[in-house]
Design a binder for this molecule. Structure first.
Ligand code: MUC
Ligand code: MG
Length: 366
């Protein structure tokens, strides 16, 4: 069960419409499909979404670090020697998305080799996740229409609304969503570090009648005292997202009083490091949410497999639906969100099958 080769395949699939937020936008999924090949002929797969505006990684950097550095470092390592893998990848700083994809692809080979699903290997708590949809910047009417489309078409009743725009006008969109969708729908906001601490405090005051479930990354973590001041006066949980790409950063934000909740994204911490983050949060008595890196179906399937494996991660709706805006996807058997839920694949490994014709069509290296 030794690793024979690690592949990094750049590909691109356009979105029907770009997803806009305070720190950037995504109009095309220019990702890297990572495949780990074992000596026994097993192939594990995972997806790497480059986010230069969040982690500084690009499609080129991910492809290069996986193919030219991580791959050669892992040849001959046993797929169960995950801590040797983590130690070897850890010799290179940063590159969280690249490392996460290699880790998840290895878990896929372990599940396939042992004949069990990765979600069961991780903990097997439940077999489905409630879905939260992320609504990007647009005129308020369009944001309401998108949310209504997700509710009516897929039964989704939890929404994370992108805020952080300048000039400030996001309460208008959030208010329109609350009025249109009613009190039963769960709304939260995500500022992607778009505001200062005082602008964030003003926004929270102006939206305090909207019954928001939580707020995420309203101001930068580097505004250390400002963020601590904001969290101290907030009446809703303040989740950290891009500011917690490593377990040490999770501890820093929580013990520093700069966050009261943690977004776990398998696209940046894979399965192995995500379990460390989860253990930290459970030990510190902090809530978590399964976040979304604007994932494809492969990425969403991985997030769901992790989320469903543990009670704490399965408690909140997970952000699993932005792939619905892609014009196409690589999964041979597409995911289905029904009644607001996504079922976890039960097959060996991650239970994902790539449509090789589509991969040939969208890959950018042939
Ligand atoms: C999120 O939760 O922030 C948007 C930017 C990014 O890095 O991730 C997405 C979603
Ligand atoms: Mg976020």
């Amino acid at each position: 069960m030794k690793i024979r080769r690690v592949e990094a395949i750049p590909y691109a699939i356009p979105y029907r419409k770009p997803l806009r937020f305070a720190s950037g936008e995504v109009a095309t999924a220019e990702h890297v499909l990572v495949r780990v090949h074992t000596e026994d002929g097993v192939v594990g797969t995972a997806d790497a979404p480059p986010r230069p505006f969040t982690y500084g990684e690009t499609q080129v950097s991910i492809r290069s670090i996986v193919a030219d550095q991580f791959g050669p470092q892992l040849v001959g390592v046993g797929i169960l020697e995950r801590e040797i893998v983590r130690a070897r990848l850890g010799r290179t700083v940063g590159n969280p998305v690249a490392k996460a994809a290699v880790d998840m692809a290895i878990w896929d080979t372990i599940g396939q080799t042992l004949g069990v699903s990765v979600s069961e290997l991780l903990g097997g708590f439940t077999d489905r996740m409630r879905v939260s949809h992320m609504v990007g910047f647009a005129p308020a009417g369009e944001m309401v229409a998108e949310a209504a489309r997700m509710r009516d078409g897929h039964g989704i009743t939890t929404f994370k609304v992108k805020v952080g725009r300048r000039p400030y006008r996001d309460d208008e969109a959030c208010r329109a969503l609350r009025e249109a969708l009613g009190p039963a729908v769960e709304l939260s906001i995500d500022g992607n570090r778009g505001w200062t601490a005082s602008e964030s405090a003003r926004a929270l005051r102006e939206m305090q009648d909207l019954d928001l479930a939580f707020a995420e990354e309203l101001c930068p973590a580097d505004d250390v005292l400002g963020r601590r001041w904001l969290v101290q006066q907030s009446t809703i949980p303040m989740f950290a997202d891009e500011s917690v790409a490593r377990p040490g950063e999770v501890t820093r934000e929580l013990l520093g009083g700069a966050a009261t909740g943690i977004s776990i994204k398998t696209s940046r911490t894979g399965f192995t490091t995500s379990q460390l983050v989860l253990g930290l949060c459970e030990g510190l008595g902090v809530e978590v949410v399964i976040g979304n890196q604007i994932d494809t179906q492969v990425g969403s399937l991985c997030a769901a497999a992790f989320g469903a494996a543990h009670p704490l991660t399965a408690r909140r709706a997970a952000e699993l639906s932005n792939y619905l805006d892609l014009t196409d996807d690589l999964l041979a058997d597409p995911l289905v969100i029904q009644d607001g839920e996504l079922a976890v694949r039960q097959g060996p490994g991650l239970g994902l099958v790539i449509d090789e014709d589509k991969l040939q069509r969208y890959r950018q290296d042939s």
